[in-house]
Design a protein around this ligand. Structure first.
Ligand SMILES: C[S@@+](CC[C@H](N)C(=O)[O-])C[C@H]1O[C@@H](n2cnc3c(N)ncnc32)[C@H](O)[C@@H]1O
Length: 231
């Protein structure tokens, strides 16, 4: 714990891609409870056709006592999967300071450390290693393809212990089991700048994960690609 100051926000790597400002506005202003209700009770199961339980299972199976959560948002899965006795260190990372403030408050029983950081930039705290890194529903918000954003995966790799697990999920614009409603929703979210995944595809995600990690597992559930990779 001593490498982080729990009440401090580190802000040196927050240069924000201009195209993400609308997405950031949306994540800052929405109540976390409303966000959870809308995304995990309605949008994920019915529009993206990915049951929330499958995303939850990925957390239950892979989260470790020394965990870094990237793009924490509302912290929903952490509130559902963590317990105080299990946890040794919890670090919450997000580009958005308001998201961080709200999720730190929501998860205060776990005394989380917070880090304001753009994952496109090298991590300020790369000397601190984690045994698990979670990144759920974040990659589809980042402009660029998986190949051009290979550095995100390298940054995650740099903060994992050997044998540590990187896990999460992202939404793809051309899912194997596509349908009109999800296609339309995805188009609209890209048009307003909340999603930036127009160039994303499953083959690139697989390639990028496999070229950075070993033991990559990837499955498609509706429009979501759920992944797990070991350093
Ligand atoms: C769609 S929310 C997902 C939140 C949460 N992980 C979940 O599963 O509900 C995306 C989160 O990633 C953060 N984010 C977006 N771009 C980022 C970046 N370049 N660096 C770090 N965090 C970013 C947003 O601020 C937001 O909190």
């Amino acid at each position: 714990m001593s490498d982080y100051v729990s009440s401090e926000i580190k802000t040196s790597s927050v240069t924000q891609p201009p195209s993400t400002w609308l997405g950031q506005l949306y994540f800052s202003t929405m109540s976390h409870h409303l966000y959870d209700l809308g995304l995990y009770r309605l949008v994920s199961p019915f529009i993206w056709r990915c049951p929330t339980q499958q995303l939850m299972d990925n957390y239950v199976e892979n989260i470790s006592p020394n965990h870094l959560e990237i793009g924490v948002g509302s912290g929903y899965f952490l509130t559902q999967t963590l317990c105080e006795d299990f946890l040794r260190r919890l670090v919450l990372l997000d580009l958005n300071s308001r998201c961080l403030e709200k999720s730190v408050k929501r998860l205060r029983e776990f005394a989380p450390c917070k880090l304001q950081q753009n994952i496109l930039m090298p991590f300020d705290q790369a000397q601190v290693k984690h045994s698990s890194v979670g990144m759920n529903y974040v990659l589809h918000c980042i402009p660029g393809s998986f190949r051009t954003n290979q550095r995100i995966f390298a940054h995650v790799h740099s903060v994992l212990e050997d044998g540590g697990v990187f896990f999460g999920a992202t939404l793809l614009p051309h899912p194997v089991r596509d349908n009109f409603v999800s296609w339309l929703f995805m188009k609209l979210l890209n048009a307003v700048g909340i999603f930036r995944n127009a160039e994303h595809c499953l083959a690139d995600l697989q390639h990028t994960l496999e070229s950075t990690f070993r033991d990559v597992e990837l499955s498609v559930v509706g429009s979501a690609a759920i992944f797990r990779a070991v350093k």
